[in-house]
Design a protein around this ligand. Sequence first.
Ligand SMILES: *[C@@H]1O[C@H](CO)[C@@H](O)[C@H](O)[C@H]1NC(C)=O
Ligand SMILES: *[C@@H]1O[C@H](CO)[C@@H](O)[C@H](O)[C@H]1NC(C)=O
Length: 428
Amino acid sequence: MEYESNSSTWDGVYYYPHLFGGIMLTAALLGLSTSYFGGIMGFPTLPYMLPYLRNLQKKKGGKKRIRVYMDGCFDLMHYGHANALRQAKALGDELVVGLVSDEEIVTNKGPPVLSMEERLALVSGLKWVDEVIANAPYAITEDFMNRLFNEHKIDYIIHGDDPCLLPDGSDAYALAKKVGRYKQIKRTEGVSSTDIVGRILASMDDKEVCQVPKESSQNGEPAEMNKNAENLLKSKHASNFLPTSRRIVQFSNAKGPGPNARVVYIDGAFDLFHAGHVEILKSARQLGDFLLVGIYTDQIVSEQRGAHFPLMHLHERSLGVLACRYVDEVIIGAPWEITKDMITTFNISLVVHGTVSESKSSLNGELDPYSVPKSMGIFRMIESPKNITTTSVAQRIKANHEIYEKRNAKKEASEKKFYEERKYISGD
Ligand SMILES: *[C@@H]1O[C@H](CO)[C@@H](O)[C@H](O)[C@H]1NC(C)=O
Ligand SMILES: *[C@@H]1O[C@H](CO)[C@@H](O)[C@H](O)[C@H]1NC(C)=O
C-alpha cells in the first residue's frame, strides 16, 4: 500500500500551545457515558478508554500501541462505513472515531437523519471502534489536529482516497501529510448513505406508482407503463455491492461458542441497521455467552413488510449485523419459524425477542414462529431499550423528502462519476 509516509519517529516533534480547553471531550467524559459506554466498559473483553490498561499493554508488548483516528458523520451507518473503519483499525492498534456534530452536519450538508445520540450508539457498537470523540468538526482544522496528536495521543489520521478539500480549496490533510502522520484507505464498498436514502425515497415512489393503476385503468391507460416505471426506479437504486466470502470472513469473529457456552438466539430483518438494533443485541448478548443472530431472507422480509422491503438485501444486512461487537455469529438467511432442529444444531439455550418490533403478524392469529421454543420453556421477551425502528428511520427521510431529494440529486452525480472512474484496487 502506498502511504504518504511510514515515519513513526514523530514523538515530540510537534507541539503547539493552547491545546486544552474548548469542546473536545471523548464521549466517555460526556453525559452519554451512562447510556453507551457504561455498558461497553462493563463488557468483559473491552479494556477501552482505560488509559492505565493501555500503558500496561504497552509495557507487556514492549511496543507502543499505535492509535489511529478517522472521522465522519456516520449518518445512516452502513457496512461501507463499517468496512472503512475496519480498514482504518488495521493500520494501528486502537481506533478512535471522530463523530461530526449535528450542528456541523446541518451547516455543511443539511439535517442529519440520525441524531448524535443515535449515531454514537451505532458507531460505538462497532467491533473495530475503541473510542469515540463526539462533536468532531466537519473539516479537520489545524487546531483540532493538534488536539488529536497531543490530547488524544493519535499517531495517524486516516482518510479515504477521495480528496477532502477545505473551503479555501486546500487539502484538509496537508498538514498531517507533511509531518508524516497521515494514512489512506481505499474506498471499496458499493454503497453510500446517498444510495440508501435513494432506496428509501424510491420505496415511497413505488407506493405511489402502485396506487396509480386503479385510476389509470379506468382512464384506459395501460397499467404496464407503471410497471415499467417501477422497474426503472428499482434498477436505479440497485445495489452495487458484490458480496464475497472474503468480506464476510473479514467481518466475522471466526469463533464458535466455547465449551459449556450458553447460546442465545435472536432473529429479525435488521434492515437499515440502527441504534435500536445495537441496543437489543447488547441486551440479548448479556443473557448468555454467545449471541447467534438469525437474519431473515429477503423473501421473508418482503412477505412480512411489503414488496419494497427489505431496503438492504440479505448480504448487506448480514454484514451490518456482523460488524456489531455484541454479535458472535449470524445465520445468513434464517427461517421465519424456529424449529426443534435449529435449537439442537446450534445448542440454543434461550430464544429472545424484543418488545419493539416491526412485524405484528405473529400477534394476528397467524402461526407463531416461536411456538417451539415457547413449548420448551426457552423463550423470553426482552424490553427493547429504544423504540426506533427501520420504518421510523425511513419515515424521517420521507417527512423531509424534499430536502433529501435535492441533496441526493447533487451527490448522486458525484457518485456516478466515482463509479465510472473507479479503477481496480488491490488489497482490502
Ligand atoms: C449446550 O449448552 C449448554 C448450556 O446451555 C452447555 O451446558 C452445554 O455444554 C452445551 N453443549 C455443548 C456440546 O457444548
Ligand atoms: C419513543 O421513546 C421516547 C422516549 O422514551 C418517546 O419520547 C417517544 O414518544 C417514543 N416514540 C414512539 C413512536 O413511541
